[in-house]
Design a protein around this ligand. Structure first.
Ligand SMILES: [Fe+2]
Ligand SMILES: [Fe+2]
Length: 166
């Protein structure tokens, strides 16, 4: 669904689209930096830093103060609390597929160093993103899920969950 449809949350979704757009611009700026194209990127760097401080951080704080409390109530009543973590898994699995395919393509281009350049950059980007997403995901599991399990489940419960898997 589009961000600007008739849903009551459209303003928030539109703001998310604007944030993604600005993040893409920030990525462009950083791309110039990576390639050593240093001319006139000062403005881009300043803008990126301003955007993070003046827009992204307040957005997160507004969500914690104003959006999450009512959503928390809805989640208890109607939601699936683990759905967000499953979205993380979905993204991680897509990146695993991408990485495997890029590695295969990279290896098949052993005699074409030019062709390897772009793939190499893609592999680096994906590895960095995977590291960021997986480390955040594990932090969420440990700080929220596993600490709940430690407080409310017994060793025996955990053994049953682990089953033959571990
Ligand atoms: Fe948000
Ligand atoms: Fe997980």
């Amino acid at each position: 669904m589009k961000a600007n449809d008739g849903r009551p949350t459209r303003k928030i979704r539109e703001h998310h689209q604007a944030i993604l757009h600005q993040l893409a611009q920030m990525k462009d700026t950083i791309g110039h930096l990576e390639r050593g194209e240093l001319k006139s990127i000062e403005d881009g760097l300043k803008q990126s830093s301003k955007f993070l401080d003046n827009e992204l951080r307040p957005h997160a704080e507004w969500e914690e103060d104003s959006l999450y409390p009512p959503i928390g109530e809805l989640l208890k009543k109607y939601g699936k609390p683990t759905a967000t973590m499953e979205i993380d898994h979905d993204d991680i699995k897509t990146r695993i597929d991408q990485f495997r395919n890029d590695v295969a393509a990279f290896l098949s281009l052993s005699h074409a160093p030019k062709g390897r350049e772009e793939l190499g950059r893609q592999l680096i980007r994906n590895a960095w993103q995977l590291e960021a997403i997986v480390s955040l995901h594990l932090r969420k599991e440990e700080e929220v899920y596993l600490s709940l399990a430690d407080s409310h489940l017994t060793e025996k419960d955990i053994q049953a969950i682990l089953g033959g898997e571990h």
